[in-house]
Design a protein around this ligand. Structure first.
Ligand code: ADE
Length: 215
C-alpha cells in the first residue's frame, strides 16, 4: 500500500536524492508463532481483535535510536497541522506505528511513549493512509526537497492564511476573466490584492484560523 505514493513525485525525488530514507517493516516478522499472529481477543470481552503488544515492541526496539520519535496515527490523538509537519521535518527519525483503529493494546501507547496523532476528525480503517499523509507533508519541508520555485514558503497555512487565487492563460476562459490587477504589472497592487484575497477566503471558509476558538 505504501509503495505507490512513495514512488511518486516529490517523495520519490527526495528518496532518490538521499535526503530521506523510507522503510516499511512488517510486524509479522517480529512474531514467534506458527501463524505469525499480531492480534488477539480483548480481555473483558467485546467485538473485534486487538493488536498484541509483543511484535510492536520488538519491531520498535529493533529500529529505535536515541533520536527516534514514535508516532501512533489514531483519531484520538492531537491534530496534525503544518506546525507538526515543520517540527517533524527537523527530526532525525520518525517511526509510524500503523495499527487498526481502536485495536491496539493500551500498553503500546504507554510503554513506547508513542505520540498519538490524528490527521482529522474522521475515522479511517487504519493508520496507513494517515502515516502516508504525514510523511508527505513532512518530506516536502525537508531542506533540498523542493526547489526554490516550488518552495513551500508562500503556501496555504505557512503564513496562517489560505492561499490567494491564482490564474494562468487564457486571459478569458468560458467568460471568466483573469482579474485586471494581475495583468497590470503593478507589483505593489498585486501583492496588496493577494493579501486581501487570502484574508477574504480565510475569513469565509476557515475563520478559526484567524480567531482561534477561545477555550
Ligand atoms: N486512524 C484512523 N483514523 C485516523 C485519523 N483520523 N488520523 C490518524 N490515524 C487514524
Amino acid at each position: 500500500m505504501f509503495f505507490g505514493p512513495f514512488a511518486e513525485s516529490v517523495i520519490a525525488r527526495a528518496v532518490k536524492r538521499k535526503i530521506v530514507e523510507i522503510n516499511t517493516v512488517d510486524l509479522r516478522d517480529f512474531t514467534h508463532d506458527k501463524h505469525r499472529s499480531v492480534d488477539d481477543k480483548p480481555y473483558g470481552g467485546g467485538p473485534g481483535m486487538l493488536m498484541t503488544p509483543e511484535p510492536i515492541f520488538e519491531a520498535v526496539e529493533s529500529l529505535r535510536t536515541a533520536e527516534s520519535c514514535v508516532v501512533l496515527p489514531g483519531p484520538g490523538g492531537e491534530v496534525f497541522t503544518q506546525k507538526t509537519a515543520m517540527e517533524f521535518s527537523k527530526l532525525k527519525h520518525l517511526i509510524f506505528l500503523c495499527g487498526h483503529y481502536e485495536g491496539i493494546d493500551e500498553r503500546v501507547r504507554e510503554g513506547l511513549e508513542a505520540r498519538e496523532i490524528s490527521i482529522g476528525d474522521y475515522v479511517l480503517t487504519n493508520g496507513n493512509l494517515a502515516a502516508m499523509v504525514m510523511v508527505d507533508a513532512v518530506v516536502r519541508l525537508m531542506p533540498g526537497v523542493l526547489g526554490s520555485e516550488e518552495s513551500g514558503v508562500s503556501e496555504s497555512f505557512s503564513e496562517g492564511l489560505l492561499e490567494y487565487p491564482q490564474y494562468t492563460r487564457p486571459e478569458v476562459f468560458r467568460g471568466m476573466k483573469v482579474p485586471d490587477v494581475l495583468l497590470s504589472g503593478n507589483h505593489g497592487q498585486i501583492e496588496k490584492w493577494r493579501k486581501e484575497q487570502a484574508l477574504r477566503k480565510t475569513k469565509k471558509v476557515r475563520p478559526d484560523l484567524i480567531r482561534p476558538a477561545k477555550k
